[in-house]
Design a protein around this ligand. Sequence first.
Ligand code: ATR
Length: 275
Amino acid sequence: MSQSDLDQYAVMGNPVEHSVSPAIHSEFSQQTGERLQYRAILVAEDQFPEAVQRFFESGGKGLNITVPFKEKAFAMAEIKDQRAIAAGAANTLWLDSEQRLNASTTDGLGLLQDLTVNQQLDLEGKNVLVLGAGGAVRGVLKELLARNPKQLVISNRTSEKAELLAQQFSSFGNITCASYSQIPDIGFGLVINGTSASLHGKVPAIDGALLVGSFCYDMMYGQNARVFLDWAIKNGAAQAVDGVGMLVEQAAESFSIWRKVRPLTRDIICSLRKS
Ligand code: ATR
């Protein structure tokens, strides 16, 4: 079978050159015996709908979508599942048997799989602090609230955005908001950094004492998570873990939507953590 006979998948984004998704899906393909090819496609900011259309018209089977196109992917899909609707964004696209464009987002499932299965963290009855109120946070709130935390406090540099999210997600569980300087010290079992502050070498301007004894998680991975994780440990966090597990688990969820097989993830997470 030549490469072009293989089922075609891709991640579309801008930038996308450094995406590790092709490597992850190639590992999944080898492990499961599902014969497919997965590549990264750089799409110009104003060319996204055309690029998606072209990909599926030429026989492509499924797409992952990354920054800055997740909202556009959601908007152009004909069928959207509940997760995508809550997130207002999609990271997974495929055509159904009637050739309709379907959208889902697997980020929330990926995060929860990493936290509750890989890290063995039980969120039920715990206080959870989520920092940030951008697309990354919006994509995981529904799944976090589904695990019945006692209280989920969302806090963001620009408070209004956190207020808005707390309102929008109030039907999914106990969610409140607080400004960075007024986060109540209620003992957080889990603190998630969903901001992009680390990309600027910064940590969110909250009181470090809030992290004492907490499990701290950064949704970014590798060097991009280091600033926050080092700061968390310095402030007495019980554990500090980056988002490489979330990355691999969200990929596994997309793979299982497309191929109906869920690949094993542990070895890939370990090897990415070492690299
Ligand atoms: P993403 O899709 O990655 O969530 P985004 O929607 O641009 O990206 O959101 C970035 C998030 O990181 C926001 O919550 C942003 O806070 P503001 O809403 O106040 O802009 C947060 N962020 C970025 N730089 C930050 C910094 N230096 N300190 C704290 N929060 C920061």
